[in-house]
Design a protein around this ligand. Structure first.
Ligand code: NAD
Ligand code: ZN
Length: 282
């Protein structure tokens, strides 16, 4: 239908330059080209990685950019040759795509598709152009997701189709925080029943680690954060002890050793702070 070829005007949160806060702008979102889909984003989550983008921590990110990589939405239109989804389908944008053909996608031990940003910067669509403009300027995509826009365009292989009955405001965390944290406990660390775990940082990622440790049968889950407001949620999800390092007079690693005898079996860093990593090793 004709609508598929129309530019959509909508609101998006644009980061114009490193160190600048997001500003809500009216943007134009071009129609999807061959192999691409345009999605109406219904819900988006804020991951700390988006904050790292604003702070200029990624060397290969180009500004201006529309960040956001956690989200859920509804396919609005599809480009030529798209068969995986149709308009009206509910989808989750994937910041790590799934081309299904590269050696990483075909390897059962990995899912780090080689089309991901480590090999191919996802600041432009695969044809090296952008679908976003604002005030006459080209705006970059982020990880091919840019979920901080009411409409976004993605390659077909960067969305996962989900059940029509799914509540989009709940599943948006499946785009990043939950698989990162839960997968770290279940797939990467392979936490064993009866073990003791420490989780540093209780944001979306850390809380998902707590869930993973509990599901894996850990008998003690020590949750650590400098913000005590995070503790109620952590306990609800399975943390057995909550510690605020600010309340301590000695280093957290000494306290953990005293609490456990020899230290924990598994330790997870879900802050993104190199000092925490170094402290955990000393
Ligand atoms: P978040 O900001 O929601 O949560 C971080 C938590 O750490 C906060 O609760 C904060 O109070 C706490 N914290 C900060 N400094 C601390 C300290 N010194 N000691 C103890 N707690 C401290 O962040 P998030 O969205 O959960 O992301 C966490 C990290 O994971 C970020 O660095 C993010 O970039 C990274 N991340 C990586 C991946 C991936 O590798 N696939 C995916 C998502 C997020
Ligand atoms: Zn993320």
């Amino acid at each position: 239908t004709l609508c598929c070829f129309q530019v959509i005007r909508c609101r998006a949160a644009v980061a114009w330059a490193v160190g600048k806060s997001l500003s809500i702008e009216e943007v134009e979102v071009a129609p999807p080209k061959a192999g691409e889909v345009r999605v109406k984003i219904v819900s988006a989550g804020i991951c700390c990685t988006d904050t790292h983008v604003l702070g200029g921590l990624f060397p290969n990110i180009e500004f201006p950019i529309i960040p956001g990589h956690e989200g859920a939405g509804i396919v609005e239109s599809i480009g030529e040759g798209v068969t995986y989804v149709k308009p009206g389908d509910k989808v989750i944008p994937l910041c790590i795509p799934q081309c299904g053909e590269c050696s990483f996608c075909l390897n059962p031990d990995s899912n780090y598709c080689i089309k991901s940003h480590l090999s191919e910067p996802q600041n432009l669509m695969p044809d090296k152009t952008s679908r976003f403009t604002c005030k006459g300027k080209q705006i970059h995509h982020f990880l091919w997701t840019s979920t901080f826009s009411e409409y976004t365009v993605m390659p077909e292989y960067a969305v996962a189709r989900i059940d029509a009955a799914t509540p989009l405001e709940k599943v948006c965390v499946l785009g990043c925080a939950f698989p990162t944290g839960y997968g770290a406990a279940i797939n990467t660390a392979k936490v064993k029943p009866g073990s003791t775990c420490a989780v540093f940082g209780l944001g979306g990622v850390g809380l998902s680690v707590v869930i993973g440790c509990k599901v894996a049968g850990a008998s003690r889950i020590i949750a650590i954060d400098i913000n005590k407001d995070k503790f109620a949620k952590a306990k609800e999800l399975g943390a057995t002890d909550c510690i605020n390092p600010k309340d301590l007079t000695k280093p957290i690693q000494e306290v953990l050793t005293e609490m456990t005898g020899y230290g924990v079996d598994y330790s997870f860093e879900a802050i993104g702070n190199k000092d925490t990593l170094v402290g955990g090793l000393s």
